[in-house]
Design a protein around this ligand. Sequence first.
Ligand SMILES: C[S@@+](CC[C@H](N)C(=O)[O-])C[C@H]1O[C@@H](n2cnc3c(N)ncnc32)[C@H](O)[C@@H]1O
Length: 402
Amino acid sequence: MASADQLIASLQGIDAKSFSSEAERIRARDAVFEALRRIQSPWDIAWDHCWVSGAINAAVKTLIDAGVFRKWAEAGGKPITSTKLAELTGADVLLIQRMMRAISGQHLVIEVGLDTYARTPWAAALAEDPSFASIYGGFYHELNNPMFRTLPAFLKETGFRNPTDVSRCNLQYWLGRDITLFQYIGTNAKLTSDFNDAMECHSKYNLTPWVDIYPTETVVEAAKEGRPLVVDVGGGKGHDLKKFLARHRDRVPPGSLVLEDLPEILKDVVVDDDLSSSPGPIAVRPHDFFTPQPEGARGARVYFMHNVLHDWPDEAARRILRTLAPAMEKGYSRLLIHESLVSAERPLARVTVSDITMMACLAAAERSEDQWRDLIASAGLRIVKIWRPVQSVESIIEVEVA
Ligand SMILES: C[S@@+](CC[C@H](N)C(=O)[O-])C[C@H]1O[C@@H](n2cnc3c(N)ncnc32)[C@H](O)[C@@H]1O
């Protein structure tokens, strides 16, 4: 018989800082989650799925919109009552009390006294990192979560076929419009900015930075003069180029890091807010990756694609690669595909959740190593090496012209 007291005692005092490395933290987190599922009754699990997710997302979004986390931080971030939070935000005290009780029940804040709450690292991050708070904004709240509502009906209506047509998938079924995901995001400035923030957060919190996986010193060492160093294809806000820049600032000539994305996605992107030089190291170039690379972006040492190809079914992904390949110099240029690999056995839960997300919004998929090999070979390219960090969600597939 397991002793609840013993178990509870062994879990007391554990937090994210209790482990010797990030890989150890993730191992422990996954084990605790697995144990939780074994302890939960079927009803506990259904309760989490069908009640908790919706109610808590709504409470969190309401508290963010009311300014609770921001005002709490401005007031010093110490334990605080709901009454004080209502006073700071001008919101109804009863409403704030109910929302705070709800998120406290999920251990998102800690009840330390009567109606008094302390911040967790999550609650502090909502105030300190605006892009983290915006995850609960236009992208997830207005798009990512609601689009799942229609996925089962769409799959039923289409005879439970695996979707592969990006222009006739669940997104169009849900929206009732003939529009693809990135076109739809581009129609709304707030959604575009929230989407870019969400991608930045993935890049910041969901994985090992690419410069810690791939030996980026080889990029600067081998660089040919007058050529771009890194072209970030579909690079969003440019957060991955900034990681490279932070590592190699002294060895990056002006304009040699090229940020490419659709014009509407790049419209409000600022890459050089912390850089005084002009022109800065990062050149922003609107570009559609279904068209050939422009003159200034050819023959680069590295073409970098982070979470781009998982947005596209095989045929479109092959077209993107075949369109890019002629810009690569054989024996010199590398394509770094920074993506998840679905393991044959016990694939990471983050990857399988992302797989269903790709299915729902783009009729696309996360790929296994074999699927990546087939796709890359079919575009006239070959894999040099797969850099696969321990316990990390995403790997780097290093590719060159075959
Ligand atoms: C999942 S996001 C990844 C963004 C960024 N690489 C990152 O990892 O945060 C995919 C990116 O591809 C861009 N994209 C979609 N279609 C494109 C196209 N036809 N040409 C260029 N970029 C495109 C999107 O705007 C988006 O920024």
